[in-house]
Design a binder for this molecule. Sequence first.
Ligand SMILES: [Zn+2]
Length: 291
Amino acid sequence: MGHRTSQLRQRIRLWRRTPRQGARSARTGLPLHTPGVWRRWTRAVTPTSAWPWGRQVPPHQHGPERLEQRPPRVETLDWHARYPQEIVLHGPTDRKQLALTFDDGPDDLWTPQVLDVLQQLHVPATFLCVGQRVQRYPEMVRRMVAEGHVVGNHSWSHPNLTQETAADIKSQIERTNAVIRAVAGVQPRWFRPPYGALNDVVIHTVQSLRMKILYWNVDSLDWTGIRTDQVVANVLAHTEPGAIVLFHCAGGAGEHLDHTVAALPILVDTLRQRGYTWVTVPVLTGQPAYL
Ligand SMILES: [Zn+2]
């Protein structure tokens, strides 16, 4: 085990051991590291009336994106240190190229708006799609492929796969690849785990299917209901050459993505002015898009 890996392990052990009981955010006064705080907060700031219930997409089996489901960043770095070939966090850092990735689609509300914006901006992106939503909105996936985007796999029903058996993980991934192949004629090679949740079983299962785990190193937090300027600031503050940026193109009940659609032109233009070009993940990494 390398020195860097053991250092990361030590930091994770410290993180787990330190309960920080009673610690509160200096800014909001809310308790830190309390499950549910983020969810309550995002509910409070998200105008649920904006969600058109009549057009509900198939819900995520285990609810929408939740910050407390996400492993701490240091844990992700540890998984990457252990499986550098299997997990991609970013592209080469010596070229000013960036990749936009969009999770949780397709739907017939936000996905078409995101596709329209990307078309106007001439930006190819990578869409990590949920199988049961592909089944519901196949024309959106065909549109992604026709417009030069890459389609990847984000499981069938968005469970936290670390709580599933190897057989169920395999079925979640294979079913999704099968429906994408059936509707769009491509078989994804890139897999993004729901909530970014990883363990050895998930990683080995993806490996056995000859696929790659697509992570990210810049999180827009677009789904939390923060303002457009906050989404923009989040991304600009963390963008470096080779960055893989996480966005969403569909939500769950109560989530809206107005700010994603509004932030994209600002981000794309600002970073172009700084000399960056936008590419798909396969182009960024020099690896194939499909099996
Ligand atoms: Zn997701």
